[in-house]
Design a binder for this molecule. Structure first.
Ligand code: HSE
Length: 436
């Protein structure tokens, strides 16, 4: 059979990795796909570099429009990133009847509904395994492997940069700013790491997983997003003393009231496997009603790990390209006409446990005042740590872990605790998930 022809938009790190792996493993990939997969055209603004990377083996152009309109190209890989030109070219590729493979989580999290609808109408596939957790086949697992399940929750360490920073903060007892600088020096963090450290990248990914897990439209605008920039080394230390680690988690949870969709630093029990995912690695925990908890672990970024996901999508499309569109796996796992509109809950309505740290005057009755406020708010205390004041100090830290309660109860209780004359400054709150 003739090779399937592919056009590549953007040959940066992942594009170059895709080119290399496709060439290196050509025989096995063709044997799996049923025909050869050949990149015939690359578009990149840096034409010289693109020529070097492709060793003159395919046509190189600077204008992506030439790729998405090329009559011989069956699949377009979009590795440009962002919402601007990438969106225009993806929409044009679809309009021209091309299948699309993309690693662009930002694009799909924000414009996914429009893109998937256009693809559905045109009978083409938009595949995005590389957009979530790099080389881990989590989209495949959620969409196909776990298809028998009513998925209850998904919780993932889905940003390598922040996991690297948190691991270093814990290992070396350093503060956030120091570790970030070191991560940038070593090339682990981007020169502009905003999307990573503010939790936006993780929110893009959990938004996509929530849609697939629960059959809801993509709703990035409803995700609650908190990054790690305000996390203090002292909280990592206290969490450890209480048997927990702090990770930046993306969480999507089904509840009777609606869906929780949130990204924030989270205490998780140190004994859980996922708590031991260190450095830049990613891991996703999925709980289905039939299967129970399943854990997926691997590299969430990098040239060849991400290329592994891009090529898996190329092979899937190659196998399915001639199948009747009605019989393909739907983009978001559920048939387009069987999606549901279960609401995403506001943060005030979510239910979880909490770590609370406060600095208090070391005098009688302080603890009683705090616990009374918590009790009056219906919040039950699970564990407590009181630090001995440093010599001659008149203040000390109290750390409390609560049982599960609604966020609005905790917010109201904290406001009251902060009014107590014996409590100094603000109460630091970090959410806690048992993940059991
Ligand atoms: N910047 C991401 C990370 C990888 O640090 O995991 C791409 O989403």
């Amino acid at each position: 059979m003739k090779p399937i022809k592919v056009g590549l938009l953007g040959i940066g790190t992942v594009g170059a990795g895709t080119f290399t792996v496709l060439q290196r493993n050509q025989a096995e990939i063709s044997a799996r796909a049923g025909r050869a997969i050949q990149i015939v055209m690359v578009a990149d603004l840096n034409v010289e570099r693109a020529r070097e990377l492709t060793h003159g083996e395919c046509e190189v152009v600077s204008d992506g429009n030439l790729v998405v309109t090329h009559p011989d190209i069956d699949i377009v890989i979009e590795l440009i990133g962002g919402y601007g030109i990438a969106k225009d070219l993806v929409m044009k590729a679809i309009a021209n009847g091309k299948h699309v493979v993309t690693a662009n989580k930002a694009l799909l999290a924000v414009h996914g509904n429009e893109i998937f609808k256009a693809a559905q109408d045109k009978g083409v596939i938009v595949a995005f395994e590389a957009a979530v957790a790099g080389g881990i086949p989590i989209i495949k697992a959620l969409r196909e492997g776990l298809t028998a399940n009513r998925i209850q929750w998904v919780a993932g360490i889905i940003n390598g940069t922040t996991n690297f920073i948190l691991s270093e903060m814990r290992d070396k007892g350093l503060d956030f700013a120091t570790v970030l600088q070191e991560a940038q020096r070593l090339g682990y963090a981007e020169a502009d790491p905003t999307f990573d450290i503010e939790g936006v990248d993780a929110a893009h990914k959990i938004t996509l997983m929530a849609s697939i897990a629960f059959g809801i439209p993509v709703q990035f605008d409803k995700a609650h997003i908190e990054g790690i920039t305000k996390l203090q080394a002292i909280d990592i230390r206290y969490a450890e003393q209480l048997g927990y680690r702090i990770k930046l988690l993306g969480i999507a949870k089904r509840t009777p009231q609606g869906i929780e969709l949130r990204v924030h630093p989270t205490l998780i029990p140190a004994k859980r496997l996922i708590a031991n995912v260190e450095g830049a690695m990613n891991a996703v925990l999925v709980h289905g009603d039939a299967v129970g908890a399943t854990l997926y672990y691997g590299k969430g970024a990098g040239a060849e790990p991400t290329a592994s996901a891009v090529i898996a999508d190329l092979v899937d499309i190659t196998r399915l390209a001639n199948a009747d569109p009605q019989h393909r796996v739907p983009h978001l796992a559920f048939q387009a006409d069987a999606m549901n509109d279960t609401p995403i809950l506001p943060m005030s309505e979510i239910t979880t446990s909490y770590y609370l740290r406060m600095q208090v005057a070391d005098q009688p009755g302080v603890l009683a005042d705090v616990t009374r406020i918590l009790a009056d708010s219906g919040i039950s205390i699970d564990a407590m740590l009181q630090k001995e004041p440093a010599e001659e100090a008149t203040q000390t830290d109290i750390i409390m872990l609560t049982h599960r309660t609604q966020e609005k109860n905790v917010v109201a209780a904290i406001a009251k605790i902060e009014q107590l004359p014996t409590v100094v400054g603000s109460v630091n709150k970090i959410r806690l998930e048992e993940l059991s």
